[in-house]
Design a protein around this ligand. Sequence first.
Ligand code: DX5
Ligand code: ZN
Length: 232
Amino acid sequence: MKTHTAKISPSLLAADFLRLGEEVEMINRSAADWIHLDVMDGVFVPNISYGLPVVERVKKVARKPLDVHLMIVQPERYAEAFRDAGADILTVHLEASPHLHRTIQQVKNLGMKAGVALNPHSPVALLEEVIAAVDVVLVMSVNPGFGGQSFIEESVNKVAKLKKLIDATGSRALVEVDGGVNLDTGRRLVMAGADVLVAGSFVFNASDPLARVEELKNVIKSRNNTRDTWKQ
Ligand code: DX5
Ligand code: ZN
């Protein structure tokens, strides 16, 4: 039996910004696979977080791929700047992208992996025509904008639906889930087909974040998740 552990992408939104360098070093030492950075513009979502200079500084110390989640309008205007700042995976919101196909091509042509995020109300079926070209689908399991919100239960079914679509089309996209992830929701998401779990408050509010990441990575072992995907 082949076991599979999910990739873990701790979200820096829940980190102590006064000690950001140390927090990134902690993730470097941890079992985490990626580092998740949430960029918010106060327009697409009702909150403002941080932007290019922070991504650029984090890149200098990070030893794991930067997983940049753009919660901004017109993300295509900033794709190149985030590539230059050090993004390895760049995720744009479907709801913010009237020309999503073009934006996915743009992100890939810039040399990054292309992610598409879905708000809780957006159906998986909206991805049918682009799924073959996408590297990551980010399922929002909370309404984007804030950390520490409670998990939307329907997200587990949504992940299962998405996995069906991916399998049916032979897409190699990874399924990433963001919002309210803990050991319980994480395990159920992985069983439903999630490949990558984003965790903010669950990791950074822990008294021992290193142990937390390890726990999240190990507890969620699944037999049903051995399909071929790209490696990062
Ligand atoms: C929310 C962000 C998330 C956030 C998750 O808009 O996209 O990445 O940091 O935080 P938790 O894990 O605390 O729900
Ligand atoms: Zn996020």
